[in-house]
Write a protein that binds this ligand. Structure first.
Ligand code: NAG
Ligand code: NAG
Ligand code: NAG
Ligand code: NAG
Ligand code: NAG
Length: 426
């Protein structure tokens, strides 16, 4: 029962050279030249300013691009249509449903595999549209094995979070959790029985209203948390997820030696990279369908448009979210929310700010100490704030932004290996 927003730590080892990327967190916003604070607590431009950009720790409230509003839709996860690599997406949510880090693979035109091969940090899909309350379902089978974690979560840019998580050593349960503004609270978790999650397709649903969250499996409500139960008198607010959130689907390596011990233990130990549970050279989770049903905006919400959600105040609470018509598509990966038209070609890649979060460092979640530093994690790790910071999921490649999405029919071991090698050589 630790947060999903945690170290998918990987790259400090591979890409130690980027250790001097500016960090961001409470009390240390990003500098003007790299204004956008990524979900991993690092500053940059380009994709740093898109989904996951934290307005509270960015240079200004305008640094992050406004969040595209909720769209009710059923996504048949059976092709790569609508999935864009994080190195290519510039914010046009009319052209892409999902932004991918890592390697999603089409399985027999029936499902999408989120894959995790050795020396990668797995795969993450994040929706381009945000949900501000709604009913979100994912139909899937999980991965299995020590240290391997499958996740279906909702996460806002200020790190409100609602989770379904499966640790690969326990395929008879799903762990549920929620967080408010990334603050770790180990009393928020709850385990739900779900049989043979690695081989039985179940539909997991998060039903999220301003007043409560229900976690539902195959139509049965198995856990409900009411907002009224979450009052925090120190913070003087409800510690209840209340801000527009992206749908995130992921398979990630909690059991890496570079991760904090608490993370590794929670996930059942270190990953075996020669496991019987791998196929075609990778671990995989299989997603068959995702369905988003948007609810009406909350009573009293500030609404002056339809296209995007913005934050109007650094409190990052429900009443500081406005729905407006501002839509921003970046001209290039050197642009930012403050200067969306910038298309300066990076002249000097040594001094230019980073433009694709998750491919160059961060990592190290704060662990059992519940906040502050990166615990027993690595010194180069993202050392930002309290709570479950430090979520990093990328390809482990450099910032090529190349087309890393691959199509692969089942059984094509060779194609898989070629693709993987190509990724590692980028
Ligand atoms: C951090 O990671 C580097 C590279 O893997 C390693 O050499 C170093 O010993 C690690 N430091 C700690 C404190 O684990
Ligand atoms: C859920 O199960 C995991 C793994 O067995 C355990 O670490 C965790 O404490 C459990 N959480 C709750 C709330 O019981
Ligand atoms: C209440 O909020 C404060 C400030 O965010 C936080 O440090 C504390 O952990 C919260 N209390 C609980 C029980 O979560
Ligand atoms: C925000 O949440 C409070 C409860 O904390 C509620 O009374 C208020 O109506 C909500 N406002 C919006 C706009 O959701
Ligand atoms: C445009 O981007 C380049 C490269 O990141 C940067 O050096 C320059 O300052 C930016 N221009 C403006 C006006 O933001």
């Amino acid at each position: 029962m630790v947060g999903t927003l945690r170290a998918l730590a990987f790259a400090s080892a591979i890409l130690g050279a980027f250790a001097d990327i500016p960090k961001c967190g409470p009390g240390s916003p990003c500098p003007a030249e790299a204004p956008c604070c990524s979900a991993y607590g690092q500053c940059g431009v380009g994709a740093y300013c898109l989904g996951g950009c934290d307005p509270l720790f960015s240079h200004s409230l305008n640094s992050c691009v406004p969040n595209p509003t909720c769209v009710s839709k059923t996504y048949a996860m059976n092709s790569l249509d609508g999935i864009q690599d994080i190195g290519k997406y510039l914010g046009d949510s009319s052209k892409a449903d999902w932004v991918a880090s890592g390697k999603p693979v089409v399985y027999n035109n029936q499902a999408l595999l989120l894959t995790m091969a050795p020396d990668t940090v797995g795969t993450l899909l994040a929706s381009t549209h945000y949900v501000w309350y709604g009913k979100i379902s994912a139909t899937l089978t999980t991965s299995q094995g020590k240290g391997v974690v499958t996740a279906f979560i909702m996460m806002s840019d200020v790190k409100d979070e609602i989770d379904f998580e499966w640790v690969g050593v326990d395929t008879e349960h799903v762990q549920t959790n929620y967080y408010s503004q990334g603050v770790t609270n180990y009393n928020n978790g709850g385990n739900i029985s779900a049989s043979a999650t690695q081989s039985t397709t179940h539909t997991y649903t998060i039903d999220w209203t301003p007043d409560q969250i229900s976690w539902i499996v195959d139509g049965k409500t198995l856990r409900t948390k009411k907002r009224s139960e979450t009052w925090n008198s120190t913070a003087n607010r409800y510690d209840f997820p209340q801000t527009p959130s992206r749908v995130m689907l992921s398979l990630w390596p909690a059991g890496l030696p570079s991760n904090a011990k608490g993370t590794v233990d929670w996930a059942g130990g270190l990953i075996d990279w020669n496991s019987q549970y791998m196929q075609n050279g990778y671990y995989y989770a299989m997603f068959k369908e995702v369905k988003v049903e948007c609810y009406q905006p909350p009573a009293g919400a500030s609404i002056s448009g339809k296209k995007s959600y913005i934050y109007t105040d650094a409190a990052g609470t429900n009443d500081t979210v406005s729905t407006v018509d501002k839509q921003v598509i970046l001209k290039s990966l050197t642009a930012t929310g403050e200067n969306p038209g910038n298309d300066t070609t990076k002249a000097d890649s040594k001094t230019a700010p980073e433009s694709i979060p998750g491919v160059s460092g961060a990592g190290g979640r704060s662990d059992d100490n519940g906040g502050g530093s990166s615990g027993s994690g690595n010194s180069t790790s993202g050392s930002t704030t309290g709570g479950s910071q430090g979520f990093t999921q990328g390809t482990g490649t450099t910032k090529s932004g190349g087309d890393r999405l691959q199509r692969l029919e089942s059984g094509s071991v060779f194609a898989g290996l070629v693709a993987l090698t190509a990724v590692l050589l980028l």
